[in-house]
Structure formats: C-alpha cells, structure tokens
Design a protein around this ligand. Structure first.
Ligand SMILES: NC(=O)C1=CN([C@@H]2O[C@H](COP(=O)(O)OP(=O)(O)OC[C@H]3O[C@@H](n4cnc5c(N)ncnc54)[C@H](O)[C@@H]3O)[C@@H](O)[C@H]2O)C=CC1
Ligand SMILES: O=C(O)[C@H]1O[C@H](OP(=O)(O)OP(=O)(O)OC[C@H]2O[C@@H](n3ccc(=O)[nH]c3=O)[C@H](O)[C@@H]2O)[C@H](O)[C@@H](O)[C@@H]1O
Length: 430
C-alpha cells in the first residue's frame, strides 16, 4: 500500500521506516527541512537502535521524505504522528495536530479517491471525531464517510527499543467507525502482523482506541509509582526492595516487568499523558485519585534522592556529578528526564554540577547551557564530591575503579545499577 506519515519525529520516523520494511511505499511529510534532508540522505534524524539500518536500506526506494503535503495525494492512508504536548495546566495541547489536520484537509480537497486519515498521536477520547474530523471536513470541503474516513491507531513503542517494539508488538489496536476504514487499517497492518511473533489485533471504536492508549500508559506509570512507594517503605525498614519486588513479580497477576524502583518515570509520554488524562477526567467532573497519587509519588522521588545526598554531603559548593541525562537508556531524548528536577534542585542548593550522558549531552545542553559537561563518566567523577546516578545506562553498571578519582566517594544510585563497593559510601535511592 502507499502510506503517508505526517510528522517525522520519534514515532513518525520509526513507523515510516518499519512500514517500508514490511513492504509498504511510504512518504514522510514534515515541516522541518533538516529532518527531511536527513531522511532523504539515508540517515535517521533521531538516535534509535536499528533505525539507521532500516532508513539506509529503504531511503530513496520505499521510503522518502518531503515538506510538501501534496505527497499525500498519491497515498491510500495518512497517519498523523505529531506531538501532543501539555498546556501549563496539564491539558492536551492540540494546536500542532489541528495545524497539520488543516494542511492535510486542504490537500485532500484535491483528491478524488477514497482516503483514510489515522490518528497515530496520543489524544484524549473524542479528539479524532470531535476535533480532527471537523478540521479535516472544513479544510477539505468533504464529509467524513463521504470521500474520506478517520481512524485511530495508538502507538505503544518505547524509545530505545522502538523498532523492535513496532515490528513485534504485543498488540495492534485498530479504531474505526466504518467497515471501509476497518478494512483499510487491516490491510495496512496485515503484513506487519504476519511477520510478528504473536501480535493480538484489537478492533474497536475510535474513542475506545484513544482511551486504550491512556489506560496503558497510566497503568504502567501508576505501577512504577506503586513500586516506588513500596520500595521507599522497604528502605525505611532496611528491607532489600529488589528481593521483595523480584518475589512479587513471580505472581503472574503482577508480572515481572515495570517493577524497576528508583528516581521515577520521565520521558515524552508518561508525564504528559498522565497529566492529560487527569485533566480530561476533571473536565467531566471525575477526580482520578489513583492517578493523582501516582504523580505525587513520582514528583517526590527526586526530592528523596537529594535528601539522601544531604545525609552525606552538603550540596552547597559541592561538585556533584550527574550520571545520565536521557530520560531512559537507549535514547538521546531528554524530555521530562528525571535529571531536570534533580539538577534544578542541585543548582538551587548551590552545587557545582557536571553532567554526563553517552548520547544525550547535546540535547540536554539546550536546557542547561551553563552547567559543566564531561565526555566520559570517569571524567565527570574526577574531583567530584558526590555522584547521582539518574539513568540506567549499562556503562554505569561497569563503573568501579573510576570512583577512586572522586574526593570522598559518595554515590546515590537512582537506578540501583552501580556495582557496590564496601569502601565507598553507596546509597541506593530505594
Ligand atoms: N515518543 C514516543 O516514544 C511515543 C510517542 N507517542 C505519541 O506520538 C505522538 C508523536 O510523538 P513524537 O514522535 O515523540 O513527537 P516529535 O516531537 O518527536 O515529532 C513530531 C514531528 O512533527 C513535525 N511537525 C510539527 N508540525 C508539523 C506539521 N504541521 N506538519 C508536518 N510535520 C509537523 C515536527 O517537525 C516533528 O518532526 C505524540 O502524540 C506522542 O504522545 C506514542 C507512543 C510512543
Ligand atoms: O506513549 C509513549 O510514548 C510510550 O511511553 C512509554 O515508553 P517510553 O516512555 O519510551 O519508555 P519506558 O521504558 O516506558 O520508560 C518510561 C520511564 O519510566 C521509567 N521506568 C520504566 C520502567 C521501570 O520499571 N521503572 C521506571 O522507572 C524509565 O526510566 C523512564 O523514565 C511506554 O512504555 C510505551 O509503551 C509508550 O508507547
């Protein structure tokens, strides 16, 4: 099939390359000329394992990029993979989606054949039908169900394993309201599902598909917050939380994944998506107490980390190495990284901060241009009074002799990853 993807960020680029990999002809439309040029030169605009290889293989053949919306005219379906950030009060900000839908609608006015527009972005229930569809109708002069349909296909990939997650998903959720839209969505995903190891296909309504995405992210975020609450209690009682969590994970009703206690969840999605569904719930008069608690616990974890540091080192005037700036390993994405509230608090306390990350330093430098950056973990530790481990990059697990270069080594490990040494002060956060 011929597919167009609007937006070529973490999701749009990954799904475009993967759709090309399973045999579709794909065009990415993005307003960012640099992103388009990078893709057309056969390179990935983002750091994501396996993505470079796919783009190199398919660019110029089944995969191309353009800034010109006219490219959608020669395709059967368009996926909207645009950012859906938060407003200051946590509500979803749909302005980027609406602008893209308007450009797409104006283009679809010129198309005679049937077209399917699929919301891939994470949007609160009713957005596709009550916000996106009317913008498309207004701009195209056509009606949904007559000339084009809308659908919703939430994305569950994780950064750092995006290609693998997309090509081999647990489930594919296809939201539609007409038979033709359902058939078209099925045709898009059939080749992907066939090559996947065991992907369930969930066919559902559009608003249900929208809510499945929030329920998925909210559940996982709340699971981590519950785990952090339990691990905090463990620490107060000098109980080894890793043994407790490993044991509860053996109960198949709980499951062993997403039991990683530590400095909490960050990233481009959990924080904004939990905030958006909380705000949407309040809009209709429902107070989502569990999700509010999940956010409160998450906000507290960086504060606990600094409190533990203060038990050993006064941050004022101290040189503090922050190891890990990306919000998780395997990505250069620093959006809502836990390093942000930590470094803010360290700077407020008068610390002299040096940051290190294997791939995310340049992105982080845009947010914190004035702190020091080291080009290795060892260099960051050299002469430091304390080290805070924020991201669970594998290379931090291998640190050992490097701590000798610290003044009086104090390590507060927010991801319980560092190999313990008896001769240095080591505190796990939980
Ligand atoms: N990042 C992730 O791992 C996941 C993200 N999602 C959801 O997917 C959506 C997209 O997220 P990301 O890919 O992270 O966003 P992103 O910010 O990385 O990418 C968005 C892209 O859209 C482009 N763009 C902006 N306005 C445009 C317009 N009018 N026309 C064409 N292109 C335009 C930007 O230049 C940018 O390249 C969000 O709703 C997010 O919640 C869902 C699952 C995973
Ligand atoms: O909607 C999205 O964008 C995506 O959000 C998350 O994916 P992602 O944010 O890329 O990464 P995760 O591996 O889920 O990690 C999120 C945060 O939780 C933290 N985390 C994760 C797992 C864990 O056990 N403990 C923990 O603190 C990570 O360090 C990270 O800060 C979801 O896992 C994806 O399914 C979803 O598609």
């Amino acid at each position: 099939m011929k597919l167009s993807i609007i937006g070529s960020g973490y999701v749009g680029t990954t799904i475009a390359a993967c759709f090309a990999e399973v045999g579709h002809d794909v065009v990415n439309v993005d307003i960012d000329e640099d992103v388009v040029a990078t893709l057309n030169s056969g390179e990935s605009p983002i750091h994501e394992p396996g993505l470079d290889d796919l783009i190199e293989e398919h660019a110029g053949d089944r995969l191309r990029a353009t800034t010109d919306y006219e490219a959608v005219l020669d395709t059967d379906a368009t996926f909207l993979a645009l950012s859906t950030p938060s407003t200051d009060d946590g509500h979803i900000d749909l302005s980027i989606m609406e602008a893209a839908a308007e450009s797409l609608g104006a283009t679809l006015a010129e198309k005679d054949d049937y077209h399917l527009v699929v919301t891939k972005s994470t949007v609160v229930p009713t957005t596709t039908e009550e916000v996106i569809a009317p913008v498309l109708e207004e701009a195209s002069g056509k009606r949904v169900g007559e000339g084009f349909d809308v659908g919703m296909n939430p994305e569950f990939l994780r950064e750092g394993s995006a290609v693998e997650d997309f090509l081999d998903p647990d489930k594919v959720v296809l939201g539609s309201q007409t038979d033709r839209a359902a058939e078209t969505l099925r045709a898009v995903f059939d080749p992907l599902v066939e090559q996947a190891s065991d992907a369930a296909v969930v066919e559902t309504g559009i608003r249900e598909a929208e809510m499945i995405k929030y329920a998925n992210n909210a559940f996982l975020a709340a699971k981590i917050s519950l785990v952090n609450d339990l691990a905090n209690i463990c620490k107060e009682y000098d109980v080894d939380s890793s043994e407790v969590l490993d044991a509860i994970g053996l109960d198949s009703r709980i499951g062993s994944e997403f039991l990683g206690a530590g400095v909490g969840w960050g990233g481009s999605c959990f924080p904004k998506d939990v905030a958006a569904i909380v705000a949407a719930a309040r809009d209709v008069g429902y107070e989502p107490a569990m999700l509010e608690a999940a956010v409160a616990v998450n906000d507290r974890q960086p504060v606990r980390m600094l409190d533990i540091l203060r038990d050993h080192v006064d941050p004022s005037g101290a040189r503090v190495a922050v190891l890990g700036l990306a919000f998780k390993p395997g990505t250069d994405d620093v959006r809502n990284s836990r390093a942000i509230p930590l470094i803010d608090a360290l700077l407020d306390a008068g610390a002299d901060v040096v940051g290190y990350d294997p791939v995310a330093t340049e992105n982080f430098r845009e947010k914190f241009p004035d702190i020091d950056y080291a080009d290795s973990a060892g260099a960051a530790l050299d002469g430091a009074d304390a080290a805070l481990v924020v991201t669970d990059w594998d290379e931090f697990a291998a640190l050992y002799d490097e701590f000798d270069a610290m003044n009086e080594p104090v390590v507060v490990d927010g991801r319980s990853i560092v190999t313990r040494r008896d001769d240095i002060v080591y505190e796990s956060l939980v």
